[in-house]
Design a protein around this ligand. Structure first.
Ligand code: ARG
Length: 373
């Protein structure tokens, strides 16, 4: 495997080694996510009300930015270099040969679009129209890293058309029984004809990359990742959580905390035949406690589940940053020997995620370990 000596400017092989440089998202210019074939946002508990469009109110943006800035300060106080996205006008509509959309989304969740795999930066294809150009606020950083170290590689995954034929619109109207019946088929709102993946559907475990098949990553996307990464010395393992009927992004479902330990979601067990990879290599799967905030108490415009509670950011194999109100999780992690740092983050939730989503690690210690020998 090339350049695996741990000294490159871009170097991150897993989710937990000591963090040295990270990008923290920003709510500047954020808009409500538009309704489109790959996304049907709903006002919580008032599903018949139209979801707002256009820019989010300035006070909503200011509150999220306060929490994002606070996270940046905590990281800096630990000696970690923090970088931020460039300003971008998300209120611009998009028109491509294949689709139009009234506005774009935000730069709060770099995790969704950007991933560091060893010494390589990959920009995901993305799966939703409003997120088609979401790599742009990070390009100044990508250029800087790429110019500063010849060992860095930079890959832009093939852009899908996001034309109507790429989506399965009936998905949104399937009754629950239908979803249950189909739970092992892994057919969601994207079809299988084009390469589609969001970066946040991956977990990095050294030379092993785990990818969730979901509403935001299809089998062609996983095939592309395999054919791109396996000749470079990685192994790509597809995973499934059949009881999650609306899967998107793995970091509220399956969260590795250090070598040998994964935090799991008790409502979304890993498919039975996929557990062996972990248990046979002596990895322990520990269930996250019930979140403090219930689904009905999540912010009105938040499209994520209560399991944002487990969307933690590891800054070393012994230190984890958690949302400040999730006391049962703090206790569990403390009991398992972690130092737990906390920050308020609930005002970020309606921008698509929590602490892991809102960050993109550029450099951590470590090299390409084989953790599943
Ligand atoms: N779909 C997940 C849930 O609701 C939220 C995932 C957020 N992750 C992210 N990287 N944006 O549980």
């Amino acid at each position: 495997m090339a350049n695996g000596d741990g000294t490159a400017v871009v170097n991150s092989w897993n989710e937990w080694d000591t963090l040295r440089e990270v990008v923290v998202g920003s709510a500047d210019g954020a808009c409500y996510e538009p309704t489109e074939p790959g996304n049907r946002p709903q006002v919580r508990d008032r599903p018949d009300e139209p979801f707002p469009t256009g820019p989010k109110p300035p006070e909503v943006i200011a509150k999220a930015n306060e929490e994002l800035d606070r996270l940046a300060e905590v990281l800096e106080s630990r000696g970690i270099v923090v970088r931020r996205p460039a300003p971008y006008d998300f209120s611009q509509p998009l028109r491509t040969p294949h689709f139009g959309v009234e506005n774009q989304y935000c730069a709060v969740c770099p995790r969704d679009v950007m991933i560091t795999v060893g010494n390589e930066i990959i920009e995901a294809t993305m799966s939703r129209r409003a997120r088609y150009f979401e790599y742009e606020p990070y390009r100044h950083l990508v250029y800087e890293y790429w110019e500063s170290d010849p060992r860095i590689s930079w890959t832009v995954a093939p852009k899908p058309t996001m034309a109507s034929a790429m989506y399965r619109e009936e998905f949104w109207t399937w009754p629950l029984e239908e979803r249950h019946r189909r739970m092992h088929q892994s057919e969601f709102c994207v079809t299988q004809d084009e390469v589609v993946f969001d970066a946040a559907d991956m977990n990095r475990f050294g030379r092993d990359i785990v990818v969730q098949e979901s509403m935001t990553t299809n089998r062609a996307g996983i095939r592309w990742l395999k054919r791109h990464l396996e000749p470079r010395g990685f192994r790509v393992h597809p995973v499934h959580f059949p009881l999650d009927y609306f899967p998107s992004h793995i970091d509220c479902t399956f969260v590795p905390l250090r070598t040998g330990l994964i935090l799991t979601n008790p409502d979304r067990p890993l498919r039975e035949d996929e557990v062996a990879l972990f248990t046979e290599n002596d990895w322990k799967l520990v269930e996250a406690p019930e979140p403090v905030l219930s689904n009905s108490e999540m912010p009105t415009h938040c499209q994520s589940s209560k399991w944002l509670s487990m969307n933690v950011l590891s800054i070393s194999p012994t230190t984890v940053i958690c949302e400040e109100q999730e006391a049962p999780l703090h206790d569990l992690l403390t009991d398992m020997g972690f130092e737990v740092l906390t920050v308020p983050f609930r005002n970020v939730f309606e921008f698509g995620g929590s602490l892991h989503c809102a960050t993109w690690d550029i450099r951590r210690d470590g090299t390409a370990e084989d953790l599943f020998p």
